[in-house]
Design a protein around this ligand. Structure first.
Ligand code: ADP
Ligand code: MG
Length: 361
């Protein structure tokens, strides 16, 4: 049988027997909800009933999608207070290479559970027990209430700078992806745009500008949660180290910001182990923090410390194109990285320039 683009069939048979309905495709969670409600009604399942769940791949569903289905099924059953004692997701009964899934619920008591757990030598049954940790249904997290209770005002320059950084990272996603594809694994664009999306989603819950250390800790927490790769933890530590310097500094002077910047860069070097010249983001960060501090020591009305920092970061990024990578993924390709600037360093010059733009009087 043939389906149109974006069309799905519900309840079809394993040999292609017609199902009950054709509709347009829906989000996985909605599909699982409909399938489960039918089964739950058919088995007259009540809260506290115990079941085993089988999430079956009909042959051509990617494992990632199968796991999305499994997660939805566990979530929905938990909401109905049905206790899932065992669960499996995999290819147990396939129909040629069909893209699709089937769900099975089996009522269980101790005897049946013991049978499901019994050792078997068949190759088709996973030797893992299918025991899962229980899913708890969580209410949507309430926005954290803060001492004083106020959050980061849309008019504060700190918020404007954060939003400008997020906008720059979102806009740069394709460029950063391409740069990281050339020398790494191509995930930097996605990682940093995830950071931006996460921050923009949560910024309304961040503390007010008079607690910049708390704002930086919130930024760090968001990034630690949503960004993977090497960049995630390094940015998280960067922000934490800056927060430690900003502590109890409601209106940090430029000197304090400079010390915070330097401490942040030192944190990255300490945790990541990179020195200037290793062809990492440190090659943009370190000269920028130094330029900021020097410009502050020798004030020049026509050239702010931030301007100097941005120039140093851009120059540092350009220099990375001639550096042999010693750390990170780029080190695997050695000489082939020559000629391409380091994407992590480029990202640093991007967000610094975004802050510069946002704070321009
Ligand atoms: P990966 O995909 O390799 O885990 P990301 O794509 O998140 O990492 O980030 C890549 C960038 O991380 C590189 O361009 C480089 O600037 C930076 N980087 C890699 N290793 C280090 C390190 N040890 N210290 C500082 N920065 C690093
Ligand atoms: Mg990468």
């Amino acid at each position: 049988f043939a389906l149109a683009e974006e069309e799905i069939e519900w309840g079809l048979g394993i040999h292609g027997e017609p199902g009950v309905e054709r509709t347009s495709i829906r989000p996985a969670h909605a599909i699982v909800e409909r399938l489960l409600s039918q089964i739950v009604a058919d088995l007259s399942l009540q809260p506290h009933d115990r079941v085993a769940l089988l999430v079956n791949n009909l042959g051509a569903t990617p494992t990632s999608e199968l796991n999305i289905v499994a997660a939805s099924a566990l979530q929905i059953l938990a909401e109905k207070e049905i206790r899932v004692e065992r669960a499996w997701a995999g290819t147990f009964l396939s129909a040629l290479e069909m893209a699709g899934i089937s769900l099975t619920l089996l009522k269980v008591e101790d005897v049946r559970l013991a049978r499901l757990d019994a050792p078997t030598q068949t190759s088709a049954w996973p030797t893992l027990s299918g025991r899962i940790s229980q899913v708890t249904v969580q209410a949507a997290p309430a926005a954290p209430t803060l001492a004083g209770g106020t959050t980061l005002s849309p008019h504060s320059s700190l918020r404007k700078a954060i939003e400008a950084v997020c906008a720059a990272l979102l806009a740069a996603e394709p460029t950063l992806t391409e740069m990281d594809q050339q020398v790494g694994d191509g995930d930097l664009g996605i990682s940093l745009s995830r950071a931006a999306q996460g921050i923009l989603q949560e910024i309304d819950t961040y503390p007010e500008e008079s607690m910049p250390d708390a704002v930086f800790r919130s930024l760090s927490a968001t990034i630690r949660r949503v960004v993977g790769g090497t960049s995630g933890p390094l940015y998280a530590i960067m922000l934490l180290r800056a927060a430690a310097v900003l502590e109890h500094s409601p209106q940090p002077s430029l000197q304090v910001w400079s010390r915070a910047f330097t401490a942040a860069v030192e944190g990255v070097m300490e945790i990541g182990g990179a020195q200037p010249g290793d062809r990492t983001m440190v090659d943009a960060l370190s000269p920028a923090a130094e330029a900021f501090a020097s410009a502050l020591a020798v004030p020049d009305a026509s050239d702010s410390p931030l301007d100097a920092a941005v120039r140093a970061a851009v120059a540092g990024t350009e220099r990375t194109a001639a550096m042999r990578p010693r750390l990170g993924r780029a080190s695997y390709i050695g000489e082939r990285a020559l000629g391409y600037p380091d994407p992590g360093a480029y990202a640093v010059s991007l967000w610094l320039a975004a802050i510069q733009n946002a704070l321009r009087p």
